[in-house]
Design a protein around this ligand. Structure first.
Ligand code: SF4
Length: 305
């Protein structure tokens, strides 16, 4: 399978069947915390980066199996909504199955009215908003030059007014970058206007793109959660150990590869035929268990013994 991966256990979505709408790594942002690594093609141009017919044909095959799937999630190797056939793909999935469709998006393309219309048929939209001032937006998300956070926030507000599905707004908090009182006040004001169904606080728990990125402490996250009010939650760490979808043999295969020589997530993905998103979850767990470590070399993160 090239475009469909999983189902993988997700902290928020249970068993999530991932669908890649763009190749690695096409995105309108180059977030400092991105677990996929640096953006190699930074663009705001929407087009059919991956053939919708191929995606749907793969998906049809996977859905005929008897797997437990809680959500079909459009996400993957970059910003999914850059694919100009997003709307058509969602509609076709809804014709194939009753499994709800979620879209994880950085929301930067919502300035395109056609995309707003495309997303109306999704059951769940999870936009991210990490900074509500241009300064914080540029620091944390390193956007394409044309993107202005004020306009993006306005478009998220407009979209929420017409959207009938659920919206969970994700905020990724990075130590010393977007957690100051001023930044949090600006974010809160944006959130109050957007009126999402949930606000989900996150902090980089998997190896980020930049080595210097630091997570927020649990106590600080709890204080910020209170500040955002009762719709706000901290995304709890999903316990993959002991979970049906956490495969010990996959962990062993990854360790065998890393024991031989330092490798990137992309190397592991190509060697073992696993989707990069799946690899990231395993190496994140292994690093936390201190079974492996990582270092940045020539802009890429290498995992080693
Ligand atoms: S975190 Fe998402 S929005 Fe940010 S660079 Fe990575 S893929 Fe793009």
């Amino acid at each position: 399978m090239s475009y469909v991966f999983g189902p993988v256990p997700s902290r928020r979505l249970g068993f999530s069947l991932g669908v890649d709408l763009v190749p690695f790594k096409v995105c309108s942002l180059d977030c400092i915390y991105c677990q996929l690594g640096k953006t190699t093609r930074k663009t705001v141009a929407r087009k059919e980066y991956v053939s919708s017919a191929k995606i749907l044909s793969e998906l049809e095959k996977v859905l005929t199996g008897s797997k437990t799937i809680d959500y079909i999630t459009l996400s993957g190797s970059g910003e999914p909504t850059l694919n100009s056939k997003t709307g058509e793909i969602i509609k076709k999935i809804k014709e194939m199955t009753t499994i709800p469709v979620a879209v994880l998006t950085n929301a930067t393309l919502l300035t395109d009215d056609a995309l707003k219309k495309d997303l109306l048929s999704a059951d769940l939209v999870v936009p991210s908003l990490d900074g509500a001032t241009q300064d914080a937006f540029e620091k944390i998300n390193r956007p394409c030059a044309s993107l202005k956070i004020e306009e993006i926030i306005k478009e998220i507000i407009d979209f929420k007014k017409i959207y009938k599905g659920k919206m969970w707004l994700e905020i990724m908090l990075v130590k010393d970058i977007n957690e100051s009182e001023d930044e949090l006040n600006a974010l809160k004001s944006a959130v109050e206007q957007i009126k999402p169904d949930k606000i989900q606080l996150n902090t980089p728990v998997r190896p980020p793109c930049e080595l210097w990125v630091e997570t927020l402490s649990a106590s600080k996250l709890i204080r910020i959660k209170k500040f955002f009010g009762n719709k706000c939650e901290i995304i709890a760490k999903f316990n993959r150990k002991g979970h049906k979808a956490y495969l010990k043999n996959v962990e062993d295969e990854i360790l065998t590869l890393i024991n031989r020589r330092p490798v990137t997530s992309k190397d592991i993905s190509s060697s073992l035929g696993l989707h990069i998103n799946e690899v990231i979850k395993y190496v994140g767990d292994l690093e936390k268990q201190k079974k492996i470590s990582s270092k940045i070399y020539q802009g890429k993160r290498y995992f080693q013994k």
